[in-house]
Ligand binder design. Structure first.
Ligand SMILES: [Ca+2]
Ligand SMILES: [Ca+2]
Ligand SMILES: [Ca+2]
Length: 454
């Protein structure tokens, strides 16, 4: 049972709602070992039925390029200035610019429309370090935005342990995801399409949106799905996440179609950085083909402020080095495997995608900059309107790792982001282990996420 209390908070260029959730524990679910085992089996069966129930979702294949400049929109980064907003406004009136977002915490600069005839003037302004073209950014579900729009809500009176959560042994972690109780006392920012702020299976703590991304909630489903994998509540309903009940900060930077702008994503990182004392982990299941000095600078500052960034490798079956933010040196970049039953061994039938159990996902990006692999095919998680849905992508593998980072931080609160990365890699399962996976052929065998010791 949740009691929501809303307070509106002012933040430049952001619309924020704070949810203070008071939880009333309704049932003590501690079971005897035998009874718990039986319940787990029933839950697994319900989970399989649930997944099969949505296996007929139509898949629309497309070949997105994941690269698109946005005409007249630019990211302007200052040399050192004290008050970015004041300087942005000064420059706007001097050069005839329209200011979209101002950045203060992760870097100092702003996002603006620059008339073509003024571009050289802005670039040569002594207050400006560099100017970049703004570009489109995309959610990394696979194929993009292909989830069915009909009601995929498969509700059950029992909680399902999703296959991905079980495959990485989150049910055996320090919090025993799926035993019906426990909350991980960590804050996770989901920089995405937003969250279903009233979803009964999510502990939504705050929700902010970038100007231009529509109402201050998820209109797509992607962000809500990502959040559930990282942190759905361990109760009697729906699903359970890797770090159950962690406080979720919805940072909406992508719209109802699952796309947005780099200028807006940097604003999201700026917002997270301004709350770096509270937020321990940020997940970005998004990206674009290309690079951005401004994005790289923002992430570097945010990580240095103590936030662990976990990002999707991308779904183009190519080296992730071509994609941002997957190619950033300070983030944890996650590839995807197919697993259909939550167990190693490779013997499960495929469900929503025609893949082979316990193999590297055919669509996953790869390369030497991948830090970890996690399940990302036919993942069942939370969805819009209090529902649930099964979708695929490195978008879905990334939040398994974000949840794992939260688990580690819950037990090691002073860990730096680099310590978290090293701990997750040390706990991982080698590919050639009986619990590992096959068909990662790039010569860089990243380990499979394993939360058993976290
Ligand atoms: Ca639940
Ligand atoms: Ca399997
Ligand atoms: Ca690899």
């Amino acid at each position: 049972m949740h009691i929501f209390e809303k307070n509106h908070v002012t933040f430049p260029a952001w619309s924020i709602v704070r949810y203070s959730i008071v939880r009333v524990k309704s049932l003590n679910c501690k079971q005897s070992t035998l009874k718990g085992h039986l319940i787990k089996k029933i839950i697994l069966m319900v989970g399989i039925i649930a997944v099969l129930g949505v296996a007929t979702s139509p898949i629309v294949l497309s070949s997105p390029t994941y690269a698109q400049n946005i005409p007249s929109r630019y990211i302007i980064v200052f040399n050192d200035v004290d008050e970015p907003r004041a300087v942005a406004n000064e420059m706007a009136s001097e050069h005839g610019l329209s200011v979209i977002h101002v950045y203060k915490y992760a870097l100092k600069g702003f996002n603006a429309i620059i008339p073509n005839v003024k571009l050289d003037q802005v670039k040569n302004d002594p207050r400006v370090s560099y100017v970049e073209k703004d570009q489109k950014v995309f959610a990394f579900d696979k194929p993009p935005h292909s989830h069915s729009t009909d009601s995929d809500s498969v509700q059950s009176s029992l909680q399902v342990i999703p296959t991905g959560v079980e495959r990485i042994n989150a049910d055996l972690s320090s919090t025993e995801a799926g035993n019906g109780s426990g909350i991980v006392d960590v804050d996770i920012a989901i920089i995405d399409t937003g969250l279903d702020t009233k979803h009964p299976d999510l502990n939504v703590y705050k929700h902010a949106r970038c100007t231009g991304t529509g109402p201050n909630k998820d209109q797509n489903g992607h962000g809500t799905h990502v959040a559930g994998t990282a942190a759905a509540l361990d109760n009697e309903e729906g699903v359970v996440g890797v770090a159950p009940g962690a406080r979720l900060w919805g940072v909406k930077v992508l719209d109802a179609t699952g796309s947005g702008t780099l200028g807006c994503v940097i604003a999201g990182i700026d917002y997270v950085t301004s709350h770096a004392a509270e937020i321990e982990v940020a997940n970005m299941s998004l990206g674009f083909r290309g690079t951005s000095t401004a994005l790289d600078e923002a992430i570097k500052t945010s990580v240095a402020a103590g936030v662990v960034y976990v990002v999707a490798a991308g779904n183009s079956a190519e080296d992730a080095v071509a994609f941002s933010p997957a190619n950033h040196p300070d983030v944890i970049t996650v590839s995807a495997i197919a697993d259909f039953n939550g167990q190693p061994g490779g013997s499960a039938q495929s469900t929503c995608l025609n893949e082979i159990d316990d193999t590297f996902a055919y669509f996953s990006n790869f390369g030497d900059l991948i830090e970890l692999a996690a399940p990302g095919v036919c993942i069942y998680s939370t969805w819009l309107n209090g529902g649930y849905n099964t979708i695929s992508g490195t978008s879905m593998s990334s939040p398994h790792v974000a949840g794992a980072a939260a688990l580690y931080i819950a037990n090691n609160p002073n860990a730096l982001p680099v310590d978290v990365l090293n701990a997750l890699i040390a706990a991982g399962t080698p590919q050639d282990d009986p619990d590992g996976f096959t068909e990662d052929t790039d010569g860089y065998p990243e380990q499979l996420l394993n939360t058993e010791t976290l």
